[in-house]
Ligand binder design. Structure first.
Ligand code: SAM
Length: 329
């Protein structure tokens, strides 16, 4: 009854991009100017898709983008998602990934609406470097205020996503260690993947899990804590027990064998892998008047065909058909 693919993986985790607009232009993600954007669907359409997925066994929904906090109706959307129940009768686990720029004012309403967790992306812990990465002035203070508002609203622990690029922000590793300890956030380093608009990725730029561990140990030793197979992040605490670090290593230690994800793009296409070169048009099916049962049959067939793994760094690697900002990270 649950969604499975032909490799035997259970699909329990849905990511919905509710817009591909973004108010940041992070250098490793977007180009310096706005390119073409994909259409956005009415929020009600994402909710209908989510409901069909939940009836197929999805237990976690993450809203992303683009920048999801730019989308009007987000709080109401979270409230409607919070009314849904998993097949086991539990509330959905509802998360948002955001750059945090607008979070200070929205954290409490989102928490009140039923948001379970928030992940804030942050690639430097000093204001000047932060501005160079995001290409936005005065963002750092806003994001910091957003993180603190999320903690106060009970969205605790706040997770921070940080993508390190060699020669650009990899000198921030120890500073992030201090930040995790001082702010009580979980800092998760994500290895840079070839999903950027400017096509600058090369293996040499990636700061791998092994290197992060080695360099963080120069600041303070880490101890690994329990790792379940389905978790994407390897988790560590500092030797004195204060401060948690996670490392998500899709490049050096791929975890495709445990992937439980499927994605909906802002224009209603299903992507079964970040690196998919083919999408499946759920929005068109809805527009054509398909019933929920027909949508569910379609999704079962699509998910069955989920890619076995990505091919980052291999000869003949074919880039994904969209970049990260248009997929939804
Ligand atoms: N705007 C939101 C944000 O900033 O978190 C959500 C969308 S953003 C695309 C989601 C996540 O993808 C961010 O944590 C970002 O750092 C990460 N990301 C973007 N491009 C990436 C890449 N090429 N490799 C690894 N992570 C990337």
């Amino acid at each position: 009854m649950f969604l499975h693919d032909k490799h035997g993986r259970r699909i329990s985790d849905l990511r919905i991009s509710i817009t591909d607009r973004c108010n940041y232009r992070c250098v490793y993600c977007r180009s310096g100017s706005d390119g073409p954007q994909f259409p956005e669907m009415p929020i009600a359409d994402y909710l209908r898709m989510a409901k069909v997925f939940v009836e197929l066994g999805i237990t976690k929904v993450r809203l992303t983008g683009g920048e999801p906090l730019l989308r009007k109706g987000l709080v109401e959307m979270v409230r409607d998602l919070a009314q849904m129940r998993t097949l086991e009768g539990a509330p959905l686990d509802i998360a948002i990934t955001t750059n945090g720029h607008l979070l200070a004012d929205m954290a409490q309403p989102l928490a009140d609406a039923g948001l379970s967790r928030v992940t804030v992306s942050m690639d430097a812990v000093d204001p000047e470097r932060f501005a160079r990465i995001t290409r936005v002035a005065n963002g750092y203070e806003k994001v910091l205020a957003g993180i603190r508002a999320a903690q106060l609203a009970g969205l605790d622990p706040v997770k921070i996503n940080c993508v390190l690029l060699r020669g650009f922000n990899d000198d921030q590793i120890a500073a992030f260690g201090r930040f995790a300890r001082a702010e009580g956030v979980v800092v998760r380093f994500i290895e840079f993947m070839p999903l950027e608009e400017d096509r600058v990725w090369s293996p040499e730029i990636v700061i791998t899990l092994d290197e992060i561990l080695r360099r963080m140990a120069e600041f303070m030793s880490l101890r690994e804590i329990g790792h379940t197979g389905s978790e994407t992040a390897r988790r560590y605490v500092f030797e004195d027990g204060i401060g948690e670090i996670g490392i998500i290593a899709p490049v050096s230690h791929p975890f495709c064998g445990h992937c439980s994800r499927v994605r909906v793009t802002s224009d209603g296409k299903i992507r079964t892998c970040l690196f998919s070169v083919r999408e499946h048009d759920l929005a068109a099916l809805m527009e054509a008047g398909a019933s929920d049962d027909q949508l569910a049959d379609f999704l079962r067939g699509v998910v069955d065909q989920k890619e076995g793994r990505h091919h980052i760094g291999e000869p003949g690697f074919i880039p994904a058909s969209r970049t990260m900002v248009h997929i939804g990270g």
